[in-house]
Write a protein that binds this ligand. Structure first.
Ligand code: CO
Length: 130
């Protein structure tokens, strides 16, 4: 298992970027937004993995609702997989519930799929094809 990134929900993206770069020496690698999902994100290099800081663009969005219900903090972990279709098939065969039955394009421009947190001990889990 290889951690690709961890996703953190934040209220103020610029402040969060400064927090990670000033305190932990993280390096901002890229930013991306998704109008449909209503979020803007920044990716910071952290050794072999990354930290994905996510700020909602509106309250009525998945990350906006997460912030309203649970406050800022860890939102998901992402696992690197070689073949997204195979990862989805194996997860389903193992009895895990997928949120995404089919891959979609994530903020890295690669294919992703989310596993339901109730199948993974309460942790929203993302497959990222690399
Ligand atoms: Co992610």
């Amino acid at each position: 298992m290889k951690i690709h990134h961890v996703g953190v929900a934040v209220e103020d993206l610029e402040a969060a970027i400064e927090l990670y770069t000033n305190n932990f020496g993280a390096e901002l690698t890229h930013r991306a937004s998704n109008e449909k999902d209503g979020l803007t994100a920044a990716f910071l290099r952290a050794g072999e993995a990354e930290v994905e800081l996510m700020q909602p663009l509106r309250e009525d969005t998945p990350v906006g609702k997460f912030l309203a219900n649970r406050g800022p903090g860890l939102h998901h972990i992402a696992i690197a997989v070689n073949d997204i279709h195979q990862a989805i098939a194996e997860a389903r065969a193992n009895g895990l519930e997928m949120i995404d039955q089919e891959p979609r394009i994530g903020l890295h421009g690669t294919r992703i799929a989310f596993v339901h947190p109730k199948s993974v001990g309460g942790v929203l889990t993302e497959f990222v094809e690399t």
